[in-house]
Ligand binder design. Structure first.
Ligand SMILES: [Zn+2]
Length: 258
């Protein structure tokens, strides 16, 4: 806050409150309370994505704090604001994240990002469980790929299984997202992906939402869904139901306008 020493008390209090909210969110998300890391453009965007429209001024407050502290913030597009970040990714967005990963020359980063995307969207693995998944956790039941994690056995969605097998073959030892402590892996990935045109911001929550909503749209039963996601109640599924698409009506009588 030192750069704002001469600002009026009201401004300082507004900035302090935005910074406090960011810190509380960051702690809950498992980020380190390092000023430079917290004021990183991608981290501010990830936080801003959780805000309601009436809290949108916090984002600009944080960006001015970042600027005053000479932390580089990338110019970003407001289209990443809520509610887009809360919901599932589009198929094309998941593809864009994987494409971005594979284009990286740093293979450790490439594998980490691809693993997080495939495990998130393909198996709904939550942030805290990602680093538990090694090649040895992948196994087959009647020819279908499953991930054993945190006492669950999760079937991998079609479309992600072959890619996950191929990635596991390249990373036979240790966690597929790489060996780092705590939640650092996802913090790093959020930074590496950043916010750039054509590639959506990285979010483990959105990846998991993609998995859950795919199942809801497929009509997967509630008991199975709770078992494979590790969610402990129907209430926890609530926030995903608003992304469920109604089935198209297939009825000649209705299409005749009756
Ligand atoms: Zn199993």
């Amino acid at each position: 806050m030192a750069p704002f020493g001469s600002a009026d008390p009201k401004t300082v209090s507004r900035l302090m409150s935005a910074m406090t909210k960011l810190a509380v969110w960051a702690l809950r998300e498992g980020y380190d309370l390092d000023l430079e890391a917290l004021l990183d453009g991608a981290v501010i965007e990830a936080f801003a994505a959780t805000l309601t429209s009436s809290q949108a001024t916090w984002r600009s407050s944080l960006r001015s704090i970042a600027k005053a502290n000479q932390v580089e913030t990338e110019e970003t597009l407001s289209k990443f604001a809520r509610p887009v970040l809360q919901g599932p990714y589009e198929t094309t967005e998941v593809a864009a994240l994987i494409f971005f990963a594979r284009a990286l020359t740093n293979k450790n980063r490439a594998y980490a990002i691809e693993a997080a995307v495939l495990l998130g969207a393909g198996a709904g693995i939550a942030r805290g469980d990602l680093r538990l998944v090694t090649a040895a956790n992948l196994h087959d039941h009647v020819g279908a790929l499953h991930v054993a994690v945190a006492g669950r056995c999760v079937p991998v969605l079609p479309g992600y299984d072959n890619e996950l097998r191929a990635l596991a073959a390249k990373c036979p030892n240790g966690p597929l997202i790489g060996k780092v402590k705590g939640d650092e892996a996802t913090v790093n990935i959020t930074r590496w992906v950043g916010v750039r045109p054509g590639t959506p911001a990285f979010s483990t929550d959105r990846l998991r939402a993609t998995f859950i909503c795919t199942h809801l749209n497929m009509g997967t039963g509630t008991r199975e869904l709770l078992a494979i996601t590790g969610l402990n109640s129907i209430d926890a599924l609530d926030s995903y139901y608003r992304f469920v698409e109604p089935l198209a009506v297939e009825c000649d009588v209705v299409s005749r306008g009756n």
